[in-house]
Design a protein around this ligand. Structure first.
Ligand code: NDP
Length: 242
């Protein structure tokens, strides 16, 4: 049985990835930080449906907590085959409102969190023989968003990280890819009013917002044997928005 560690899997896109990987037969390690109850409810649901999962609390911006998470994956699952770097936070406000501590928190979570989990898990992923690293960036990491400068910068960093690491790890047989979602219906977008969401839909060729399963299906496919010759890619899941 293969093991997948999904960061930020208590809610939203990460939770949908957890369900998709469990249905595909993976032992899923459901990382969460604050939403313990949601993570436990999700794990209970996965188990009732016949899947195998283990919840694990860690703040991805803290290397020691991430190292403990990897040790737990090794103890309970024997290793890590797939790492999904999904955990993320956003800050919506002008650049002038982006005070140093806000900037630091976004970078620590959205970019350093990807470094921490990858660095700590890499020996296990290399051992797997068919290791996969899948990072969740954003359309704003490709194109930049007004009033989301810190977020756009962190997500652009994730794209550079993906491309560089893919080259370095190719000879080890590990693929490194990135998914760049457009607007997906999750808590993260809770601050947008109906008019803003309608505007986004009007500007989206496929005329809808994205669902968490749109992203999860793509992540699962990147983790599959069918994507074994794909590495260093940034896959847009945005209905043609960009
Ligand atoms: P949600 O706000 O719904 O969920 C965020 C998840 O990240 C939660 O499970 C949360 O865990 C976890 N998380 C946040 N900070 C940390 C941390 N320090 N350590 C561990 N886990 C953490 O967001 P989405 O599902 O929408 O977003 C998932 C990813 O997709 C993010 O990287 C986001 O940037 C990206 N994305 C989302 C888009 C969208 O439109 N929704 C578009 C493009 C990209 P907990 O609650 O337990 O703290």
């Amino acid at each position: 049985m293969k093991n997948v560690l999904i960061t930020g899997a208590s809610r939203g896109i990460g939770a949908s990835c957890a369900e998709a990987f469990a249905k595909a037969g993976f032992h899923v390690f459901v990382n969460y930080n604050n939403s313990e109850e949601q993570a436990l409810v999700l794990c209970e649901k996965i188990r009732k449906e016949g899947g195998i999962c283990t919840p694990v609390k860690a703040d991805v911006s803290d290397m020691e907590q991430v190292r403990r998470t990897v040790s737990l994956c090794v103890y309970h699952g024997g290793g890590i085959d797939v790492l999904v770097n999904n955990a993320g936070i956003d800050f919506y406000g002008t650049f002038e409102q982006t005070e140093p501590q806000i900037w630091q928190k976004i970078i620590d979570t959205d970019l350093t969190g990807v470094y921490n989990a990858t660095y700590a898990a890499l020996p296990e992923i290399k051992n797997s023989g068919h290791g996969r690293i899948i990072n969740i960036s954003s359309v704003w990491g490709v194109h930049g968003a007004s009033c989301e400068v810190a977020y756009s910068a962190a997500k652009a960093g994730v794209i550079g990280f993906t491309k560089a690491l893919a080259k370095e790890l190719g000879p080890s047989g590990v693929t490194v890819n990135c998914v760049a979602p457009g607007y997906i219906d999750t808590d993260m977008n809770g601050m947008f009013d109906k008019a803003t969401v309608s505007d986004i839909i009007n500007r989206t060729p496929l005329s809808r917002t994205g669902s968490v399963s749109d992203v999860a299906d793509t992540v699962l496919w990147l983790a599959s044997e069918k994507a074994s010759f794909i590495t260093g890619q940034i896959i847009g899941v945005d209905g043609g928005f960009m």
